[in-house]
Design a protein around this ligand. Structure first.
Ligand code: DLL
Length: 431
Protein backbone atom coordinates (compact mmCIF):
# COMPACT_ATOMS: atom_id res chain seq x y z
CA UNK A 1 0.00 0.00 0.00
CA UNK A 2 1.21 3.49 -0.76
CA UNK A 3 -0.07 4.92 2.52
CA UNK A 4 -0.82 2.13 4.93
CA UNK A 5 -1.83 4.52 7.70
CA UNK A 6 -4.65 6.04 5.65
CA UNK A 7 -5.65 3.05 3.55
CA UNK A 8 -5.84 0.70 6.47
CA UNK A 9 -7.35 2.95 9.12
CA UNK A 10 -9.47 1.53 11.86
CA UNK A 11 -13.15 2.62 11.69
CA UNK A 12 -13.23 4.91 14.72
CA UNK A 13 -9.99 6.61 13.85
CA UNK A 14 -11.25 7.28 10.32
CA UNK A 15 -14.53 8.63 11.64
CA UNK A 16 -12.73 11.02 13.98
CA UNK A 17 -10.48 12.23 11.20
CA UNK A 18 -13.44 12.77 8.86
CA UNK A 19 -15.34 14.63 11.60
CA UNK A 20 -12.45 16.95 12.31
CA UNK A 21 -11.85 17.61 8.62
CA UNK A 22 -15.54 18.25 7.92
CA UNK A 23 -15.96 20.73 10.73
CA UNK A 24 -12.82 22.65 9.65
CA UNK A 25 -14.04 22.68 6.07
CA UNK A 26 -17.50 23.98 6.93
CA UNK A 27 -16.12 26.71 9.15
CA UNK A 28 -13.84 27.86 6.30
CA UNK A 29 -16.48 27.61 3.58
CA UNK A 30 -18.97 29.60 5.65
CA UNK A 31 -16.42 32.38 6.06
CA UNK A 32 -15.06 32.43 2.54
CA UNK A 33 -17.65 31.30 0.00
CA UNK A 34 -20.77 33.46 -0.29
CA UNK A 35 -22.64 30.69 -2.11
CA UNK A 36 -22.22 28.25 0.78
CA UNK A 37 -22.90 30.89 3.44
CA UNK A 38 -26.24 31.62 1.81
CA UNK A 39 -27.06 27.95 1.32
CA UNK A 40 -26.34 27.19 4.95
CA UNK A 41 -28.28 30.21 6.14
CA UNK A 42 -31.24 29.10 4.01
CA UNK A 43 -31.02 25.59 5.49
CA UNK A 44 -30.67 27.12 8.98
CA UNK A 45 -27.41 25.30 9.69
CA UNK A 46 -24.45 27.03 11.20
CA UNK A 47 -20.83 25.83 11.31
CA UNK A 48 -21.22 25.12 15.04
CA UNK A 49 -23.86 22.48 14.18
CA UNK A 50 -21.26 20.41 12.34
CA UNK A 51 -19.15 18.52 14.85
CA UNK A 52 -19.37 14.92 13.79
CA UNK A 53 -19.24 13.35 10.33
CA UNK A 54 -22.85 12.19 10.81
CA UNK A 55 -23.84 15.89 10.96
CA UNK A 56 -23.13 15.99 7.21
CA UNK A 57 -26.80 15.10 6.69
CA UNK A 58 -27.77 18.51 7.99
CA UNK A 59 -25.93 20.14 5.09
CA UNK A 60 -27.54 20.89 1.74
CA UNK A 61 -26.51 19.14 -1.48
CA UNK A 62 -24.60 20.90 -4.25
CA UNK A 63 -25.94 20.26 -7.75
CA UNK A 64 -24.20 20.28 -11.11
CA UNK A 65 -26.37 23.21 -12.19
CA UNK A 66 -25.22 25.26 -9.20
CA UNK A 67 -21.61 24.47 -10.06
CA UNK A 68 -22.19 25.55 -13.67
CA UNK A 69 -23.88 28.74 -12.52
CA UNK A 70 -20.87 29.55 -10.33
CA UNK A 71 -18.52 29.57 -13.33
CA UNK A 72 -15.75 30.73 -13.32
CA UNK A 73 -14.71 31.54 -9.75
CA UNK A 74 -17.86 31.26 -7.63
CA UNK A 75 -16.67 28.17 -5.75
CA UNK A 76 -13.20 29.50 -5.06
CA UNK A 77 -12.31 29.25 -1.38
CA UNK A 78 -8.58 30.04 -1.54
CA UNK A 79 -6.86 33.34 -2.31
CA UNK A 80 -6.06 33.64 -5.99
CA UNK A 81 -2.36 34.03 -5.22
CA UNK A 82 -2.42 30.51 -3.76
CA UNK A 83 -4.06 28.90 -6.80
CA UNK A 84 -1.41 27.16 -8.90
CA UNK A 85 -3.49 25.29 -11.48
CA UNK A 86 -6.93 25.26 -13.03
CA UNK A 87 -8.70 22.41 -14.82
CA UNK A 88 -12.04 22.20 -16.58
CA UNK A 89 -14.37 19.41 -17.59
CA UNK A 90 -13.71 17.85 -20.95
CA UNK A 91 -15.16 18.55 -24.31
CA UNK A 92 -18.25 20.59 -23.62
CA UNK A 93 -19.11 23.97 -25.01
CA UNK A 94 -21.05 26.40 -22.89
CA UNK A 95 -20.06 26.56 -19.26
CA UNK A 96 -17.54 24.02 -18.11
CA UNK A 97 -17.06 22.71 -14.58
CA UNK A 98 -13.99 24.36 -13.06
CA UNK A 99 -11.55 23.04 -10.49
CA UNK A 100 -8.91 25.34 -8.94
CA UNK A 101 -5.93 23.75 -7.17
CA UNK A 102 -3.61 25.16 -4.55
CA UNK A 103 -0.15 23.64 -4.07
CA UNK A 104 -1.62 21.47 -1.30
CA UNK A 105 -4.40 20.32 -3.64
CA UNK A 106 -1.81 19.22 -6.20
CA UNK A 107 -0.03 17.38 -3.41
CA UNK A 108 -3.32 15.75 -2.44
CA UNK A 109 -4.06 14.80 -6.02
CA UNK A 110 -0.62 13.22 -6.38
CA UNK A 111 -1.22 11.33 -3.13
CA UNK A 112 -4.64 10.04 -4.28
CA UNK A 113 -3.24 8.95 -7.65
CA UNK A 114 -0.12 7.44 -6.08
CA UNK A 115 -2.44 5.30 -3.94
CA UNK A 116 -4.44 4.43 -7.08
CA UNK A 117 -1.45 3.33 -9.13
CA UNK A 118 0.09 1.48 -6.18
CA UNK A 119 -3.15 -0.50 -5.85
CA UNK A 120 -2.25 -2.02 -9.22
CA UNK A 121 1.33 -2.66 -8.23
CA UNK A 122 3.07 0.37 -9.83
CA UNK A 123 6.45 1.21 -8.27
CA UNK A 124 9.52 3.33 -9.01
CA UNK A 125 10.81 0.81 -11.53
CA UNK A 126 7.80 1.21 -13.78
CA UNK A 127 7.55 3.13 -17.03
CA UNK A 128 4.11 4.72 -17.24
CA UNK A 129 2.85 5.58 -20.71
CA UNK A 130 0.30 8.24 -19.90
CA UNK A 131 -2.11 8.38 -22.82
CA UNK A 132 -4.80 10.39 -21.01
CA UNK A 133 -5.14 13.83 -22.57
CA UNK A 134 -2.97 16.54 -21.03
CA UNK A 135 -4.49 20.00 -20.81
CA UNK A 136 -7.69 21.17 -19.20
CA UNK A 137 -8.91 17.57 -18.85
CA UNK A 138 -7.85 16.16 -15.47
CA UNK A 139 -6.82 12.72 -16.76
CA UNK A 140 -3.33 13.56 -18.04
CA UNK A 141 -2.06 15.69 -15.16
CA UNK A 142 -3.70 13.53 -12.49
CA UNK A 143 -1.98 10.34 -13.65
CA UNK A 144 1.23 12.32 -14.16
CA UNK A 145 1.32 13.62 -10.59
CA UNK A 146 0.59 10.19 -9.13
CA UNK A 147 3.22 8.37 -11.17
CA UNK A 148 5.71 11.14 -10.40
CA UNK A 149 5.09 10.84 -6.68
CA UNK A 150 5.78 7.11 -6.81
CA UNK A 151 9.01 7.85 -8.65
CA UNK A 152 8.01 5.90 -11.76
CA UNK A 153 9.20 7.11 -15.17
CA UNK A 154 6.41 8.99 -16.92
CA UNK A 155 6.10 9.13 -20.69
CA UNK A 156 3.69 12.07 -21.08
CA UNK A 157 2.56 11.06 -24.55
CA UNK A 158 -1.07 12.27 -24.09
CA UNK A 159 -3.89 10.85 -26.24
CA UNK A 160 -3.90 10.16 -29.97
CA UNK A 161 -1.22 9.39 -32.57
CA UNK A 162 -1.94 5.73 -32.11
CA UNK A 163 0.81 4.21 -34.21
CA UNK A 164 3.42 6.31 -32.45
CA UNK A 165 2.00 5.18 -29.10
CA UNK A 166 2.78 1.62 -30.12
CA UNK A 167 6.29 2.40 -31.33
CA UNK A 168 7.02 4.23 -28.07
CA UNK A 169 5.47 1.42 -26.04
CA UNK A 170 7.68 -1.12 -27.79
CA UNK A 171 10.92 0.87 -27.92
CA UNK A 172 10.76 2.27 -24.38
CA UNK A 173 9.30 -0.91 -22.87
CA UNK A 174 6.41 0.83 -21.13
CA UNK A 175 5.12 -1.34 -18.30
CA UNK A 176 1.96 0.64 -17.44
CA UNK A 177 -0.66 2.23 -19.66
CA UNK A 178 -3.09 4.94 -18.57
CA UNK A 179 -5.91 5.94 -20.94
CA UNK A 180 -9.64 5.51 -21.46
CA UNK A 181 -10.80 1.89 -21.81
CA UNK A 182 -12.08 2.47 -25.34
CA UNK A 183 -8.76 3.93 -26.40
CA UNK A 184 -6.90 0.91 -25.05
CA UNK A 185 -8.87 -1.33 -27.39
CA UNK A 186 -8.23 0.99 -30.28
CA UNK A 187 -4.53 0.70 -29.48
CA UNK A 188 -4.83 -3.10 -29.55
CA UNK A 189 -6.64 -3.01 -32.85
CA UNK A 190 -4.06 -0.70 -34.41
CA UNK A 191 -1.31 -2.94 -33.08
CA UNK A 192 -2.83 -5.92 -34.92
CA UNK A 193 -3.11 -3.92 -38.15
CA UNK A 194 0.52 -2.81 -38.04
CA UNK A 195 2.13 -6.03 -36.91
CA UNK A 196 2.91 -5.03 -33.30
CA UNK A 197 2.55 -8.02 -30.99
CA UNK A 198 0.96 -6.93 -27.72
CA UNK A 199 2.11 -10.08 -25.97
CA UNK A 200 5.72 -9.16 -26.68
CA UNK A 201 5.33 -5.70 -25.13
CA UNK A 202 6.47 -5.09 -21.53
CA UNK A 203 3.02 -3.82 -20.43
CA UNK A 204 1.69 -5.39 -17.24
CA UNK A 205 -1.08 -3.10 -16.02
CA UNK A 206 -3.50 -0.49 -17.31
CA UNK A 207 -5.53 2.10 -15.38
CA UNK A 208 -8.69 2.88 -17.26
CA UNK A 209 -11.50 5.31 -16.51
CA UNK A 210 -13.19 8.60 -17.44
CA UNK A 211 -16.04 6.76 -19.16
CA UNK A 212 -18.31 3.81 -18.38
CA UNK A 213 -17.07 0.34 -19.23
CA UNK A 214 -18.10 -3.20 -18.43
CA UNK A 215 -16.72 -6.45 -17.11
CA UNK A 216 -16.84 -7.85 -20.66
CA UNK A 217 -14.80 -4.96 -21.87
CA UNK A 218 -12.28 -5.61 -19.08
CA UNK A 219 -11.95 -9.20 -20.23
CA UNK A 220 -11.41 -8.06 -23.81
CA UNK A 221 -8.79 -5.49 -22.77
CA UNK A 222 -6.94 -7.94 -20.57
CA UNK A 223 -6.83 -10.53 -23.35
CA UNK A 224 -5.91 -8.20 -26.15
CA UNK A 225 -3.37 -6.05 -24.32
CA UNK A 226 -1.99 -8.76 -22.05
CA UNK A 227 -2.38 -6.52 -18.99
CA UNK A 228 -4.31 -6.47 -15.76
CA UNK A 229 -6.95 -3.77 -16.29
CA UNK A 230 -7.97 -1.57 -13.34
CA UNK A 231 -11.02 0.65 -13.18
CA UNK A 232 -10.32 4.17 -11.90
CA UNK A 233 -12.95 6.80 -11.17
CA UNK A 234 -13.00 10.51 -10.57
CA UNK A 235 -14.46 13.80 -11.69
CA UNK A 236 -13.31 17.38 -12.18
CA UNK A 237 -15.67 18.73 -9.51
CA UNK A 238 -13.93 16.63 -6.84
CA UNK A 239 -10.31 16.56 -8.05
CA UNK A 240 -10.12 14.48 -11.26
CA UNK A 241 -8.98 10.83 -11.27
CA UNK A 242 -8.01 9.41 -7.87
CA UNK A 243 -11.37 9.52 -6.09
CA UNK A 244 -11.93 5.74 -6.18
CA UNK A 245 -10.09 2.87 -7.79
CA UNK A 246 -9.66 -0.88 -7.91
CA UNK A 247 -6.97 -2.81 -6.11
CA UNK A 248 -5.47 -6.10 -7.25
CA UNK A 249 -8.64 -7.94 -6.23
CA UNK A 250 -10.52 -6.03 -9.00
CA UNK A 251 -13.62 -6.32 -6.88
CA UNK A 252 -15.08 -2.85 -6.50
CA UNK A 253 -13.42 0.56 -6.26
CA UNK A 254 -11.96 1.69 -2.92
CA UNK A 255 -12.96 5.28 -2.17
CA UNK A 256 -10.23 7.42 -0.64
CA UNK A 257 -12.67 8.26 2.13
CA UNK A 258 -10.24 10.07 4.40
CA UNK A 259 -10.10 12.65 1.57
CA UNK A 260 -13.44 12.34 -0.23
CA UNK A 261 -16.47 11.50 1.91
CA UNK A 262 -18.97 9.35 -0.01
CA UNK A 263 -22.72 8.91 0.44
CA UNK A 264 -25.25 7.13 -1.75
CA UNK A 265 -28.66 8.77 -1.99
CA UNK A 266 -32.00 8.13 -3.57
CA UNK A 267 -31.82 10.50 -6.56
CA UNK A 268 -35.49 11.39 -6.23
CA UNK A 269 -35.99 11.84 -2.49
CA UNK A 270 -32.43 12.69 -1.49
CA UNK A 271 -32.65 10.13 1.30
CA UNK A 272 -29.34 8.52 2.30
CA UNK A 273 -29.34 4.83 1.33
CA UNK A 274 -27.87 1.79 3.02
CA UNK A 275 -24.97 -0.36 1.85
CA UNK A 276 -26.01 -2.44 -1.14
CA UNK A 277 -28.77 -0.05 -2.17
CA UNK A 278 -28.33 1.44 -5.60
CA UNK A 279 -28.40 5.22 -5.89
CA UNK A 280 -26.57 8.42 -6.76
CA UNK A 281 -23.06 8.91 -5.46
CA UNK A 282 -22.62 12.10 -3.44
CA UNK A 283 -19.15 13.30 -2.46
CA UNK A 284 -17.73 15.90 -0.08
CA UNK A 285 -14.10 16.97 -0.48
CA UNK A 286 -12.73 16.88 3.06
CA UNK A 287 -9.36 18.53 2.47
CA UNK A 288 -9.53 20.51 -0.78
CA UNK A 289 -8.48 24.16 -0.54
CA UNK A 290 -9.03 25.64 -4.02
CA UNK A 291 -12.58 24.60 -4.83
CA UNK A 292 -13.93 22.43 -2.02
CA UNK A 293 -17.44 21.13 -2.50
CA UNK A 294 -20.09 19.87 -0.08
CA UNK A 295 -22.33 16.88 -0.80
CA UNK A 296 -21.85 17.06 -4.53
CA UNK A 297 -24.45 15.12 -6.47
CA UNK A 298 -22.34 13.35 -9.09
CA UNK A 299 -25.32 11.85 -10.94
CA UNK A 300 -23.27 8.65 -11.15
CA UNK A 301 -25.12 5.55 -10.06
CA UNK A 302 -23.53 2.86 -7.91
CA UNK A 303 -23.79 1.19 -4.49
CA UNK A 304 -21.55 0.37 -1.54
CA UNK A 305 -20.17 -3.15 -1.46
CA UNK A 306 -20.20 -4.91 1.87
CA UNK A 307 -17.61 -7.17 3.44
CA UNK A 308 -13.86 -7.00 3.66
CA UNK A 309 -11.66 -6.79 0.61
CA UNK A 310 -8.99 -9.44 0.21
CA UNK A 311 -6.38 -6.68 -0.13
CA UNK A 312 -6.90 -5.75 3.54
CA UNK A 313 -7.56 -2.09 2.81
CA UNK A 314 -10.31 -0.80 5.08
CA UNK A 315 -11.40 1.92 2.65
CA UNK A 316 -14.99 1.32 1.61
CA UNK A 317 -15.70 0.06 -1.90
CA UNK A 318 -18.28 1.04 -4.50
CA UNK A 319 -19.44 -1.15 -7.34
CA UNK A 320 -18.18 -0.07 -10.77
CA UNK A 321 -20.29 2.83 -12.01
CA UNK A 322 -23.58 1.66 -13.43
CA UNK A 323 -24.47 4.73 -15.44
CA UNK A 324 -25.64 8.29 -15.00
CA UNK A 325 -29.04 9.49 -13.98
CA UNK A 326 -29.11 12.19 -16.58
CA UNK A 327 -28.80 12.41 -20.29
CA UNK A 328 -25.17 13.26 -20.59
CA UNK A 329 -23.45 11.09 -23.15
CA UNK A 330 -19.82 10.18 -22.75
CA UNK A 331 -18.39 9.47 -26.17
CA UNK A 332 -14.75 8.41 -26.22
CA UNK A 333 -14.28 10.09 -22.86
CA UNK A 334 -15.80 13.41 -23.99
CA UNK A 335 -18.92 14.62 -22.21
CA UNK A 336 -21.69 15.61 -24.59
CA UNK A 337 -25.12 16.94 -23.84
CA UNK A 338 -27.87 16.36 -26.41
CA UNK A 339 -28.74 20.04 -26.08
CA UNK A 340 -25.39 20.98 -27.61
CA UNK A 341 -26.22 18.91 -30.68
CA UNK A 342 -29.68 20.39 -30.82
CA UNK A 343 -28.16 23.84 -30.71
CA UNK A 344 -26.02 23.12 -33.78
CA UNK A 345 -28.81 21.42 -35.73
CA UNK A 346 -31.31 24.17 -35.22
CA UNK A 347 -28.99 26.73 -36.74
CA UNK A 348 -28.98 24.89 -40.04
CA UNK A 349 -31.33 25.84 -42.85
CA UNK A 350 -33.72 23.07 -43.95
CA UNK A 351 -33.25 20.90 -40.86
CA UNK A 352 -36.42 19.98 -38.99
CA UNK A 353 -36.63 19.98 -35.16
CA UNK A 354 -36.76 16.19 -35.04
CA UNK A 355 -33.63 14.24 -34.42
CA UNK A 356 -32.31 11.16 -32.68
CA UNK A 357 -28.90 10.23 -31.37
CA UNK A 358 -27.76 6.72 -31.97
CA UNK A 359 -24.84 5.63 -29.83
CA UNK A 360 -23.04 2.40 -30.49
CA UNK A 361 -19.63 0.86 -30.27
CA UNK A 362 -17.88 -0.05 -33.52
CA UNK A 363 -14.45 -1.61 -33.62
CA UNK A 364 -14.41 -1.01 -29.84
CA UNK A 365 -14.78 2.76 -30.22
CA UNK A 366 -17.82 4.76 -29.26
CA UNK A 367 -19.68 5.98 -32.28
CA UNK A 368 -22.37 8.61 -32.47
CA UNK A 369 -24.80 8.85 -35.35
CA UNK A 370 -27.02 11.89 -35.51
CA UNK A 371 -30.17 11.16 -37.46
CA UNK A 372 -31.96 14.28 -38.45
CA UNK A 373 -35.02 15.01 -40.50
CA UNK A 374 -34.85 17.51 -43.32
CA UNK A 375 -37.73 19.25 -45.04
CA UNK A 376 -39.37 17.96 -48.25
CA UNK A 377 -37.54 20.30 -50.58
CA UNK A 378 -34.13 19.34 -49.26
CA UNK A 379 -35.03 15.66 -49.17
CA UNK A 380 -36.05 15.69 -52.84
CA UNK A 381 -32.68 17.18 -53.81
CA UNK A 382 -30.20 14.99 -55.61
CA UNK A 383 -28.09 12.61 -53.51
CA UNK A 384 -24.91 14.62 -54.05
CA UNK A 385 -26.50 17.68 -52.42
CA UNK A 386 -27.78 15.67 -49.47
CA UNK A 387 -24.35 14.17 -48.93
CA UNK A 388 -22.85 17.67 -49.03
CA UNK A 389 -25.28 18.83 -46.36
CA UNK A 390 -24.47 15.81 -44.18
CA UNK A 391 -20.77 16.65 -44.41
CA UNK A 392 -21.46 20.31 -43.56
CA UNK A 393 -23.43 19.35 -40.44
CA UNK A 394 -20.70 16.91 -39.42
CA UNK A 395 -18.19 19.73 -39.62
CA UNK A 396 -20.37 22.03 -37.51
CA UNK A 397 -20.84 19.32 -34.93
CA UNK A 398 -17.13 18.62 -34.85
CA UNK A 399 -16.33 22.24 -34.11
CA UNK A 400 -18.96 22.37 -31.36
CA UNK A 401 -18.26 19.02 -29.72
CA UNK A 402 -14.67 18.21 -30.56
CA UNK A 403 -15.49 14.69 -31.73
CA UNK A 404 -16.42 13.20 -35.07
CA UNK A 405 -20.03 12.13 -35.58
CA UNK A 406 -21.86 10.57 -38.48
CA UNK A 407 -24.83 12.56 -39.71
CA UNK A 408 -27.65 10.80 -41.51
CA UNK A 409 -30.41 12.85 -43.09
CA UNK A 410 -33.71 11.04 -42.93
CA UNK A 411 -36.99 11.71 -44.66
CA UNK A 412 -39.65 13.98 -43.19
CA UNK A 413 -41.75 12.39 -40.40
CA UNK A 414 -39.63 9.28 -40.16
CA UNK A 415 -38.57 9.85 -36.55
CA UNK A 416 -41.14 8.75 -33.97
CA UNK A 417 -43.09 11.56 -32.30
CA UNK A 418 -43.92 11.55 -28.65
CA UNK A 419 -46.60 13.20 -26.57
CA UNK A 420 -44.39 13.31 -23.52
CA UNK A 421 -40.67 13.55 -23.44
CA UNK A 422 -39.02 12.84 -26.74
CA UNK A 423 -36.68 9.89 -26.79
CA UNK A 424 -33.61 11.48 -28.26
CA UNK A 425 -31.02 8.89 -27.39
CA UNK A 426 -30.76 5.29 -28.47
CA UNK A 427 -27.76 3.88 -26.69
CA UNK A 428 -26.88 0.48 -28.08
CA UNK A 429 -23.60 0.08 -26.21
CA UNK A 430 -24.01 -3.07 -24.19
CA UNK A 431 -22.59 -1.78 -20.94
O1 DLL B 1 -13.21 11.83 -16.39
C1 DLL B 1 -11.73 12.20 -14.51
C2 DLL B 1 -11.00 10.94 -14.84
C3 DLL B 1 -9.92 10.97 -15.68
C4 DLL B 1 -11.40 9.74 -14.26
C5 DLL B 1 -9.23 9.82 -15.96
C6 DLL B 1 -10.71 8.57 -14.53
C7 DLL B 1 -9.62 8.61 -15.38
P1 DLL B 1 -14.68 14.41 -15.95
O2 DLL B 1 -14.23 14.70 -17.34
O3 DLL B 1 -15.11 15.54 -15.09
O4 DLL B 1 -13.50 13.73 -15.15
O5 DLL B 1 -15.84 13.33 -16.05
C8 DLL B 1 -16.38 12.78 -14.89
O6 DLL B 1 -16.89 10.71 -16.04
O7 DLL B 1 -18.93 11.81 -13.32
C9 DLL B 1 -18.47 9.75 -14.59
O8 DLL B 1 -19.76 9.92 -15.14
C10 DLL B 1 -17.47 9.46 -15.69
N1 DLL B 1 -16.43 8.54 -15.22
C11 DLL B 1 -15.21 8.83 -14.76
N2 DLL B 1 -14.56 7.70 -14.42
C12 DLL B 1 -15.41 6.67 -14.66
C13 DLL B 1 -15.35 5.26 -14.50
C14 DLL B 1 -12.87 12.53 -15.45
N3 DLL B 1 -14.27 4.64 -14.06
C15 DLL B 1 -17.43 11.76 -15.23
N4 DLL B 1 -16.46 4.55 -14.83
C16 DLL B 1 -17.95 11.06 -14.00
C17 DLL B 1 -17.57 5.14 -15.30
C18 DLL B 1 -16.62 7.22 -15.16
N5 DLL B 1 -17.68 6.46 -15.49
Amino acid sequence: MWNIKCENMEHLELKNLQSERLSNLIEKLYRKVAFYRKKMDDAKVSPSDIKDISDIRKLPFTSKQEVLDLYPYGLLCADMKDVVEIHMSSGTTGRPVVGAYTANDIELWGEAMARTLSMGGVNSEDIVQNAYGYGLFTGGMGAHYGAGKIGATVIPISGGNTKRQLTVMKDFKSTVLTCTPSYSLYLAETAAEHGFKMKDMALKAGFFGAEPWSENMRREIQERLHVKAYDIYGLTEIIGPGVASECEAQDGLHIQEDLFYPEIIDPVTGEVLLDGEKGELVITTLTREGTPIIRYRTRDITYFLTGKCSCERTLRRIHRLLGRNDDMLIIRGVNIFPSQIEHVLFNIEGVEPHYQLLVDRKAQLDYLEVQVEVNESIFSDEIRKLEGLEKDIEKELYSALGIHTKVKLVEPKSIARSEGKAKRIIDKRSI
